[in-house]
Design a protein around this ligand. Structure first.
Ligand SMILES: [Zn+2]
Length: 274
């Protein structure tokens, strides 16, 4: 076995669909080719939307697909103290600040959108302080962070050492002062994913092309926290019949619905090109 480690990291906030199956099979296929380890991780820091029954369904669906992984599975909701400790290191360097703006206030003042289409934050709480008496989230002072790191680059390519990887400049500034710790948890998707990729020694991150812009944030956080940087591979997205990404597409069938309608694991692998 090589020292390469790849992972599939779904969120248990719904049932897996074809897009997830593609990502899982893409990752597992590369892991096998490389003689690498294939890990599963549950990304459930969003405690309002993630549910234990969806986690159980993920295990069941992936086993049905023929995938296996070492136990225990890393579960992010059990790791909040670690994320808080990482954020504390950024607090200590003066890179974070509290923000108590509501979604509506941010939208009303915003003059642009981030790569996800959400209103860009205008930095109000960094400049003028809190309104007070309201729940706060934590934001990264992006200008301060970039002043420390300078330009941030990362490597993109197929997960094989034989590929000629491409060096890219990250553009985290497109996100503005993004939220690092949410109002309801001491973390965010962006913080948890970089902490855990490092904790699991992930050497190649395989993810859909829709994750390319967020990766700019992840490599910045890795640099600020002194974490190793994996190689990034962005795979194609499986689109619904309406041409939209499956998870956002209405009525795209889940793996369990496909299974109930007679789909076989081999048939599904063939349909997805594996
Ligand atoms: Zn604010």
């Amino acid at each position: 076995m090589s020292s390469a480690v790849l992972r599939f990291a779904p969120s248990p906030n719904g049932h897996l669909h074809l897009g997830h199956a593609f990502s899982a099979l893409f990752t597992e296929t590369w892991a096998r080719r490389l003689g690498a380890e294939f890990l599963l991780r549950l990304e459930d820091p969003d405690i309002t939307r993630c549910k234990p029954e969806f986690a159980e369904a993920i295990y069941e669906d992936l086993h049905w697909l023929g995938l296996t992984w070492p136990e225990p599975v890393m579960v992010q909701s059990k790791r909040f103290p670690l994320y808080a400790a990482a954020a504390d290191r950024l607090w200590a360097r003066g890179l974070l600040y509290h923000c108590d703006c509501t979604r509506q206030e941010i939208a009303a003042r915003s003059s642009g959108a981030d790569p996800d289409g959400a209103p860009l934050y205008d930095g109000k709480c960094r400049v003028r302080g809190l309104t007070g008496g309201r729940p706060t989230q934590t934001r990264l002072d992006l200008t301060g962070a970039l002043a420390l790191t300078g330009p941030v680059t990362f490597t993109v390519g197929q997960p094989t050492p034989l590929d000629r990887p491409q060096i890219r400049y990250a553009r985290p500034e497109l996100w503005g002062d993004f939220v690092l710790q949410r109002k309801d948890t001491p973390t965010s998707y962006h913080l948890s994913v970089v902490i855990d990729d490092a904790a699991q020694n992930i050497t190649q991150v395989t993810r859909g092309r829709d994750m390319e812009p967020a990766t700019d944030i992840h490599v910045l956080l890795q640099m600020l926290l002194g974490l190793p940087q994996p190689l990034y591979t962005f795979h194609k997205l499986i689109l619904g019949e309406d041409g939209r990404k499956l998870s956002k597409s209405k009525g795209s069938p889940s793996l369990r619905q496909l299974r109930a309608s007679g789909e076989t694991p081999d048939g599904l692998r063939a349909r997805l090109g594996f």
